[in-house]
Design a protein around this ligand. Structure first.
Ligand code: AN0
Ligand code: CP
Length: 318
């Protein structure tokens, strides 16, 4: 594997899950693989899990790691070609990217949807320039449309906790005060479409996702109905995708918050969320603290997910 920007690039999912569980069982088996190889992690947006887990994954593989928060201490970057740079931006991405590439062997990039242009976001304007101009394998640490390292960790977590071959997995929209990207739900849907699990997405009218990601998922507008018999409840907020509402918060309807009453409709489901989560907006204290909450093991599996992907990229370098 050279670049990793979508969960679909893992190839056969069962094989990828088996590789991940092997990495988890023996995390230091490949210490020699990353020797004298440098990972550069570039953050255009905040992070706790992705930053720490990917760094830990690289260290487990014996790599050196450099981290740059573009918005803290680096030159302000222009991203549009052809702009007369007489404003506050001192450097262009078109120089910065190959320079960054010259200092490393692999680049991870976090660059969220900016909600200024749906076209620019869905064309992955920033990530695709890293792929084009860095000369290095590039992986997404959440880009505008997908968060594949998160999805892989989610699928590993489901694999570890499912008690039937085809569990019912329900991804539910939940309220949030700020506009959040569709990357996590898009990517989760893309990943679930690689399985034969029973997959339902529930959200209020107006929050329809791009059908290219939702695929075979059943869309159910009645959250209570969707939750019936669920084995896994995957909560996430996202801003509207369709038409002129792109990037907008249409409502903050707290009747969609995942509470104990909502979980009572399920088949004693596990609760999942990628974190960070706003308590009592997305999920009640009781649910996230319950023994059925998988948020901590899910986050812990981000190391396994990143290490499995980095290992594949390192193997591709040789
Ligand atoms: C981001 C999002 O919803 O895409 C990152 C999640 C991993 N969340 C926030 O910005 C709160
Ligand atoms: N889930 C996740 O990617 O978290 P961070 O934004 O903290 O990296």
């Amino acid at each position: 594997m050279r670049h990793f920007t979508s969960i679909t690039q893992l190839g056969d999912l069962n094989e990828a899950l088996a590789k991940a569980l092997a990495v988890k069982a023996n995390p230091f088996a490949d210490q020699a693989l990353g020797k004298n190889k440098t990972l550069l992690m570039i953050f255009f947006n905040n992070s706790l899990r992705t930053r720490l887990s990917t760094q830990k994954a690289a260290m487990n593989l014996g790599m050196n790691v450099i981290v740059l928060d573009v918005n803290q201490g680096a030159w302000k970057l222009e991203t549009e070609r052809g702009v007369i740079m007489d404003g506050d931006k001192s450097e262009h991405l078109l120089e910065a990217i190959p320079v960054m590439g010259s200092y490393c062997d692999i680049i991870g990039v976090r660059s969220f949807a900016r909600f200024e242009s749906k076209k620019a976001d869905y064309e992955e304007e920033i990530l695709s320039q890293f792929i084009k101009y860095s000369g290095r394998p590039v992986f997404s640490m959440e880009a505008a449309t997908r968060h594949p390292l998160q999805t892989f960790a989610d699928l590993i977590t489901i694999e570890e906790h499912k008690t039937k071959a085809r569990p019912k997995v329900v991804m539910t929209w939940a309220p949030h005060p700020k506009a959040l990207p569709q990357a996590v739900p898009n990517s989760f849907a893309e990943g679930l479409n690689m399985t034969d699990y029973d997959f339902v997405i529930t959200h209020p009218h107006g929050y329809e996702l791009d059908p290219a990601f939702t695929g075979r998922a059943v869309i159910e507008y009645d959250q209570d109905k969707a939750l019936e018999g669920a084995d896994f409840v995957y909560a996430k907020n996202w801003a509207a995708y369709e038409g002129d509402n792109y990037g907008k918060v249409l409502n903050m309807d707290r009747s969609w918050t995942v509470t104990t009453e909502k979980m009572a409709l399920t088949n004693n489901a596990f609760f999942m969320h990628c974190l960070p989560v706003r308590r009592n907006m997305i999920v009640s204290d009781d649910v996230i603290e319950s023994p059925r909450s998988l948020v901590i093991p899910e986050a812990a599996n981000r190391v396994v997910s990143a290490q499995t992907v980095l290992k594949e990229i390192l193997l591709g370098l040789e």
